[in-house]
Each structure stands twice: as C-alpha cells, then as structure tokens.
Design a protein around this ligand. Structure first.
Ligand code: LLP
Length: 386
C-alpha cells in the first residue's frame, strides 16, 4: 500500500488502467444520502456521463440514487445496473427516435426537452406507443458559471435549452399536445463549479421563472437544477468528499419552492471524481536540453481532460520514495497536446514505476478513445483486487 493504493496488487495488471476506491465512493454516497435526507423533497440523479462503469453504477444504484442520462446507451447502462426506470431522467439536445422510444418503453420518469421540434417528436412517438410522456423543459437561465468555457452551458450563446422568453410559447404548445404531460422545469449552468455564488444566481433565476409561471397559475411538480458541483483537483486527499452540506444549503436557503414541489439534482463529477485514478507505467525517462520527460504508457486517449480542457490532475509516483525531481509528464500519442503536466514534482522516476493520475473518476474512463488503435483502459475497483 502507498497512500490509498494497493500497489502490490497493481503489479499483476496491464497498465494503463483505472482504479476506483469503492470505500471512498460509498462514503461519498453516504454523505449525499445523509445531506439530502435532511430535506424530504430532494432527489439526486447521478449523471451517468461522468462514469458509466457497471460496477460504479451498481454501487450508486445500491445507494438509492436515480440517474440522469443523455443517450439510449446510458439508459440501457442504468437499467442493466438495476436503476428503477421511474428514477431515470433523459436529457440532451439531440435525442434520436430510437432513444426516445427506449425511454417511452421503460416509462422513464421524465424527458428533459430542449426544443419545440423535439417536443413534437416525443408527442408523436408517445402516441404511437399509446403512452403519455412526462416532460420538463430545460430552460437556459443565461447564468454564467466561473469555469472552463468548454464546460459552461447556461449562457444564451450555448446550444442548450429554451430561452426564458420562449418559455411561455413552448408551454402553450405542450398543453395542447395530447401525449405530453408537462411536469417540470430543468436547468444546468455548467460543470466544475466551486463558487457557490453561481448556484445562488441560478436559484434567483429559477425563482423569477417560477413567479412568471405562477402568474399563469402554473405550479410544476418538479424543479431540476442540474449538476455542476466541482471537486478539488489540487488536493484530492484534503477534501476527498465534496462539501455537499454547503451545496444543498444554497438551494435550501435561496430557492423558493412551492408546497409539494420536488427538487432534483443531477450530480456527476462530485460523486465519482475523487474515487478514481488512472494508473500508468513509466516507459522511459528522457533527458531533454533543459528538462527531463517522464514518458508514460497512458496518453490523452486514456484521459483526455488535460489535452481538451487544460485540466490539472495531480500526479504521484506510487512506487518510489526517492528524492523529488521535476519532469514534464507526457503520453505516447503523436499529438503535441498529449501532455499531462509540465514541471511536475515527482519522487525520482525510473522505467517501470507506476504513476497515479488522481481525481480521474469522472470524465476519465468514459471519455477514453481508441485513437492510434489503442485499447480502451480497463477499470478495476477495490473489491476486484482483494
Ligand atoms: N446535467 C446536465 C444537463 C449536464 O450537462 C451535466 C454535465 C451534468 C448534469 C453533470 O454535471 P457535473 O455534476 O458532472 O458537473 N467532460 C467535461 C464535463 C462535461 C459536463 C457536461 N455536462 C469534463 O471533463 O470536465
């Protein structure tokens, strides 16, 4: 064991691979459960897009969470993990007919609808199946989140959602469609949000919107505020479990729910992010003109976040206690963006050492690709290695 890692067990496994600390995942889920348990009308749907590994999904289902899906594949993964269909929400700006049909077949809890043409197609397909589809409208609140431009979604310029102005018109249409039941409103402003003020701004927008609906004597049953709570990538051990108490408190304090309304959350990163690490082997240590490179067998195909979002993942040499040296840590892919970090301090690195890239449990394994004909890394949990 070095730190949280069963390093002795790792020697039998082919690198690179993802390792999931299921004790931490269970503790994280227990914290979420405890915190939402303080309110009788809060409900969390885990955002499957963050990590759809079957073992991870099964643990999340055991904890009683529902899921937030953005594709037919994610609905299937949820059902396979035993998630009850009445806890599944289905979002996404471009739902294909087969995906809508799948949701209808299972009688999922709700479709988060993003446009009028989509609403009309859902109505048609529901009619063909003799069903009524529950829908919530995803409203674009035009609230900026202080996060990377590629992962902010709640601004008017983004492709997501229906504008506040358009909403009345969309509701008029929905109320006329026979196979549609309008049950809620949905929002999501972005991801990796650490400034609680952004969520306060969202609450204020939701309150405004609810006032407008109320003037039309509409009180929806469900309000869904999406996900977005961030994690501490710099210090994965310091606060391994995000401050869910503070997060839910923002909504308890600032959101004016009407009696009997249920509040839904779609948390992804904050649930699985810290429990996963990408474990990789050092292939070579190469001396450059004025620096040294640690060349890993993992690359951007295994963990794309640094290349795509300039994201930082803390790195540790989990097989060395030697004095610290500084390295540029890179992968083997033929792309100059295949760099995990520059000027990274690590215990002296030698060929064959194992490097852990931390906080990779969300948007890690699931975003892996087979570019360069590489294999998709496997994922192992603590239980797999006992
Ligand atoms: N709900 C909706 C409608 C979303 O679009 C997302 C994430 C979530 C919930 C979950 O957000 P979370 O709680 O995980 O922040 N690949 C990027 C993140 C993309 C997030 C997309 N939407 C990354 O690696 O940072």
């Amino acid at each position: 064991m070095k730190g949280i890692f069963p390093v002795d067990k790792f020697s039998e496994l082919q690198t690179p691979f993802y390792y999931y600390d299921t004790k931490l995942l269970r503790e994280t889920l227990a914290t979420v459960k405890r915190e939402i348990g303080k309110f009788d009308n809060y409900c969390v749907h885990y955002a499957v897009k963050a990590n759809a590994n079957h073992k991870i999904l099964s643990i999340i289902r055991e904890a009683g969470l529902g899921t937030d899906c953005v594709s037919g594949g994610e609905i299937q993964a949820s059902i396979k993990a035993g998630v009850p269909a009445n806890k599944i929400v289905f979002a996404g700006v471009g739902k294909a007919d087969w995906e809508i049909n799948l949701g209808l077949k299972y009688d999922i809890f709700c479709f988060n609808v993003e446009s009028i043409p989509e609403l009309e197609v859902i109505n048609e397909l529901a009619a063909a199946q003799g069903k009524i589809a529950n829908v919530a409208f995803r409203i674009n609140p035009n609230v900026g989140a202080h996060t990377h431009a590629n992962i902010t979604t709640g601004l008017a310029e983004n492709k997501f959602g229906i504008s506040m102005e358009e909403m009345d018109h969309v509701i008029d249409i929905a109320l006329q469609l026979p196979n549609i039941k309008f049950i809620g409103i949905h929002f999501h402003i972005g991801s990796q949000i650490l400034d609680m003020g952004d969520f306060v701004a969202l609450c204020n927008r939701v309150n405004e919107l609810q006032e407008r609906l109320y003037k039309r004597q509409i009180i929806v049953d469900h309000v869904n505020v999406g996900g977005g709570l961030g994690i501490d990538y710099e210090h994965p051990n310091r606060q391994a479990i995000p401050d869910f108490a503070a997060y839910f408190a923002v909504f308890a304090q600032h959101l004016k729910l009407r009696p009997k309304q249920t509040l839904h959350f779609e948390l992804g990163r904050s649930i699985t992010g810290q429990c996963g690490s990408l474990i990789s082997k050092v292939l070579y240590v190469k001396q450059g003109a004025n620096k040294q490179f640690a060349i890993l067998d993992a690359g951007m195909t295994d963990l794309i976040r640094p290349a795509l979002y300039q994201a930082y993942h803390k790195m540790e040499n989990i097989t060395s206690e030697e004095l610290i040296e500084t390295y540029d840590v890179v992968g083997p892919i033929c792309e100059s963006s295949d760099v995990f970090g520059k000027a990274i301090d690590l215990n002296k690195v030698r060929r064959g050492d194992l490097i852990a890239l931390r906080s990779a449990g969300a948007y890690g394994e699931i975003m892996a690709s087979s570019y360069n004909c590489r294999e998709i890394p496997k994922g192992y949990t603590t239980e797999d290695l006992i």
